[in-house]
Design a protein around this ligand. Structure first.
Ligand SMILES: Nc1ncnc2c1ncn2[C@@H]1O[C@H](COP(=O)(O)OP(=O)(O)OP(=O)(O)O)[C@@H](O)[C@H]1O
Ligand SMILES: [Mg+2]
Length: 267
């Protein structure tokens, strides 16, 4: 990440050296993942052509690539929200092909968080109630101290009792992220979480995703924004349903752009 990237988002990568990675430190991995969708006038179209990757625990990994390159599909398959046509995904040590829907739901409840471009909030609940909704669903009392801390971290104190339907897009995305910060899942999948946001809200969201990884969570971020992608510890570049490159050091938006441009010229 260049100084320019850091200035743009007021975010800096942790200076911690990455821990040495053992097999047990892999949060999610894919082996030879294929994904096809049925299409009219054809049997199907293959969107992922045998993707294999490992995403380490406690690090932020981003996925970039042109529109239609398969980023969202790959993220959904890695997260188990979409089933692959063939291949294997291991999420938090569990083979997703071998898990029943009930076991997958339990895994999500305990360990996985999602942030999408659409906020998926409950419109008739307040900001505070949305952030602690996992406790309500589980029939638990919410942790007031943690709730106040999350509201403050996301600069939402003054809107704490507002209905989320009355908030701006940026505020709503901060509430969606608040649910994650409150619940502290081990792994967070985010697909274009800043895609519809102004720079200030995007900065808050990216800062908090980066901080989650610095605090030990695994963060997988799909983004169009190369400046945002360069905040990660590792970047996968997708093109036409393949991972064409992976960077684990020396990541900057300029380098990512140059790799993507070279891939287009090399066609
Ligand atoms: N449910 C679906 N049915 C049919 N085709 C699909 C479906 N979902 C995705 N596709 C196709 O798969 C390809 C990859 O889509 P995907 O959404 O993964 O791309 P993306 O890299 O996330 O693009 P963007 O940056 O625009 O979000 C596209 O050609 C898309 O039209
Ligand atoms: Mg997408």
């Amino acid at each position: 990440m260049t100084e320019k990237d850091e200035r743009r988002y007021h975010v800096s990568k942790s200076n911690k050296h990455p821990r040495s990675v053992r097999m047990t430190d892999i949060a999610v991995s894919a082996h030879n993942l294929h994904k096809s969708f049925p299409v009219p006038d054809a049997t199907s179209v293959e969107v992922l052509h045998g993707i294999s990757c490992s995403i380490e625990q406690g690090r932020m990994t981003s996925m970039v690539g042109p529109s239609g390159s398969g980023k969202s599909t790959a993220l959904l398959c890695l997260a188990g929200l979409e089933s692959a046509t063939s291949g294997q995904v291991t999420l938090m040590g569990r083979d997703l092909n071998a898990l029943s829907p009930a076991k997958i739901a339990k895994l999500y409840r305990d360990k996985v968080g999602f942030v999408f471009q659409s906020y998926n909030l409950v419109p008739y609940l307040s900001v505070r109630e949305n952030i602690a909704v996992s406790d309500t669903l589980a029939g638990r009392r919410s942790d007031q101290r943690r709730l106040e801390e999350v509201l403050s971290r996301l600069r939402l104190e003054s809107r704490a009792n507002s209905l989320t339907s009355t908030l701006s897009g940026g505020e709503q995305q901060r509430v969606a992220l608040g649910r994650i910060l409150y619940r502290r899942p081990a792994i967070v999948f985010a697909d274009e979480p800043t895609g519809a946001l102004d720079t200030r809200s995007a900065s808050v969201v990216l800062y908090e995703l980066r901080r989650l990884a610095d605090e030990g969570a695994t963060v997988v971020l799909v983004t169009h924004d190369l400046n945002a992608a360069s905040l990660a510890d590792s970047v996968m570049i997708l093109r036409d349903g393949h991972i064409i490159s992976r960077l684990d050091s020396g990541i900057s938006s300029e380098i990512l752009l140059s790799i993507m441009n070279n891939a287009v010229e090399g066609e």
